[in-house]
Every structure is written in structure tokens, then in C-alpha cells.
Design a protein around this ligand. Structure first.
Ligand code: SF4
Ligand code: SF4
Ligand code: SF4
Length: 261
């Protein structure tokens, strides 16, 4: 478990390097094109699985495969702003979800009506995998966008406040069973985990108000906090029933309401 972040880091760098080859399979923006063409493609399958497993395993898609997130993590080491953790802006994400799917489905129905397409087909490799000049440009713009967002804003700001896919995964992750858990008896509230957290989750608040269960839907299950914690107070645990766990592990801190975001 201590090595979780090392695996996470290697996996994400690998996906980042594979991005030019697997661009159309990994970049969730191509879901728009898939709906437009009425086709269930590989990118639709990959991100549907990421959303479907989020109530059990949290945001593995955001934390382990998304190249946009990885680029932001790298560049935000030098970001101009270090804003204190704030709850994500929900309405911008909802607006983006509506805009993305409404426009995609409008085009789908227009094409269906005009007879350009005949319905929904299953064709995982429909989006051509060759890296032609058109896709090179999209890849370049996406990469530059992620670099700029990382440099100009707080770490993963765009993930928390703009990305529609992040919002869909986060809604499932709000009831995730896989959770970082702090052993309140070992924790000395030093705050190192918070400083190093890829999304800067206020982990100590969960120690003092939630019996150490870091039930935050922005968590990427990356393991960075576990690596940072010198007293080894943090572990990633699979907890089926949060309330039962809290009752069983009732630590002597003031117990507040369950923290969520
Ligand atoms: S929130 Fe969006 S951009 Fe950020 S890691 Fe998740 S899918 Fe990628
Ligand atoms: S790094 Fe460990 S000891 Fe320090 S606040 Fe975080 S969980 Fe507690
Ligand atoms: S709380 Fe820990 S596992 Fe979750 S995003 Fe932060 S560093 Fe990663």
C-alpha cells in the first residue's frame, strides 16, 4: 500500500506517453463525436466503465488514466496560485454536462432524421487510430490547454470546477467504498498529507470531524497522502458500510456530521 503512489505515478506517465497513440480511446472529448456518429466506441466504453465503477472504487479514471489530469499535476508544481481548498463550483460542471450532451444528441438526431446514420451501432474501433494531422492539432491544443491550466491556476482547479467527466465520476465517488482512512490515534495532525494531496483535500478536517474517513468525492485514489504520512496513519480501505465503520471505530475526537463534497 505504501508503494501505491509509485505505481500510480508510473501508470500515469505510461498513459501520458501512450496518449498520441491512444488519443481517441482515452480523450473523453471524443465521446461527443461518438454520439454524433451514433456509435459506441472504445472511448465511450472506457469512460462509461470509469463512471460505473466510481460508486465502488472512486475516481480511478481521473486518478490513473486521464492525461489531462496528469499534465495539470506536473505543471501545477509551478502554478501561480496556491488557493486554499474550496468546494468545487457545481453549476459550471452542470452547465458543461448539459452543453456537451445536448449538442451531441441534437446533431445525432439531425443526422438520424436526414438519413446520414441509421441508428446506434457498436463499433469500438470506429474512431480511426492513426495519428493524422487533424488529431495532432487537437492533441496539441488539449495538451497546451492542460499545461496552461496547471500553470495559471491552483492544482487540478479545472478538474474540480470545469470538467464534466470529473463531475460524473465525482457523483459516483461521493458514495465510493474505497476510501483513504486516517488512524486518528497515530495521526499528529502535521498536515503533510494535505500539502501533498494532488487535489489538496483538507484531510485533517476528516480526522477531527469524520473519524478519519476521507469521504471526499474529489479524491483520486492516487495514494500520495499515504506515501507522505510519516507516522503511517493513512491507509486505503474498502469500507462497505461507512456508518457501521464509524460506530465500530469511534475515536475520542469530537464527532460531527459526515463530511462530503
Ligand atoms: S476531472 Fe476531467 S480532466 Fe480532470 S482527470 Fe478527471 S476526466 Fe481528466
Ligand atoms: S500526514 Fe499523517 S500524521 Fe500528518 S496529518 Fe496527515 S494523516 Fe495525520
Ligand atoms: S486524499 Fe490522498 S488518495 Fe485522495 S487525492 Fe488526495 S493524496 Fe490522493
Amino acid at each position: 500500500m505504501k508503494k501505491l503512489y509509485s505505481y500510480n505515478f508510473i501508470t500515469r506517465i505510461l498513459f501520458l506517453l501512450l496518449t498520441p497513440t491512444l488519443f481517441r480511446a482515452l480523450n473523453f472529448a471524443f465521446i461527443w463525436h461518438s454520439i454524433y456518429w451514433g456509435t459506441i466506441t472504445l472511448v465511450v466504453i472506457i469512460w462509461s466503465v470509469a463512471i460505473l465503477i466510481s460508486p465502488l472504487f472512486g475516481r480511478l479514471g481521473c486518478g490513473w488514466i486521464c492525461f489531462m489530469g496528469t499534465i495539470q499535476d506536473i505543471t501545477s508544481q509551478r502554478s501561480l496560485f496556491q488557493i486554499k481548498w474550496k468546494k468545487p463550483i457545481i453549476w459550471t460542471r452542470i452547465l458543461n454536462i448539459c452543453a456537451f450532451f445536448t449538442t451531441a444528441f441534437i446533431f445525432f438526431f439531425i443526422r438520424l432524421d436526414s438519413g446520414t446514420i441509421s441508428g446506434i451501432k457498436f463499433e469500438p474501433w470506429f474512431l480511426n487510430m492513426d495519428f493524422n494531422i487533424h488529431y495532432k492539432h487537437i492533441w496539441l491544443y488539449d495538451t497546451l490547454g492542460a499545461v496552461l491550466l496547471g500553470l495559471l491556476l491552483e492544482r487540478r482547479w479545472a478538474c474540480r470546477n470545469l470538467c464534466f467527466m470529473g463531475a460524473l465520476c465525482a457523483s459516483g465517488a461521493s458514495i465510493s467504498r474505497l476510501i483513504p482512512v486516517v488512524d486518528s490515534e497515530k495521526c499528529n495532525l502535521c498536515g503533510k498529507c494535505e500539502t501533498d494531496c494532488l487535489v489538496r483535500i483538507p484531510i485533517r478536517d476528516y480526522v477531527t470531524h469524520n473519524n478519519g474517513l476521507v469521504t471526499n468525492s474529489e479524491c483520486l485514489i492516487c495514494g500520495k497522502c499515504i506515501e507522505s504520512c510519516k507516522p503511517k496513519a493513512l491507509k486505503l480501505k474498502f469500507i462497505w458500510n461507512r456508518n457501521k465503520y464509524i460506530q465500530k471505530h469511534c475515536f475520542p475526537q469530537p464527532i460531527g456530521t459526515t463530511l462530503q463534497s
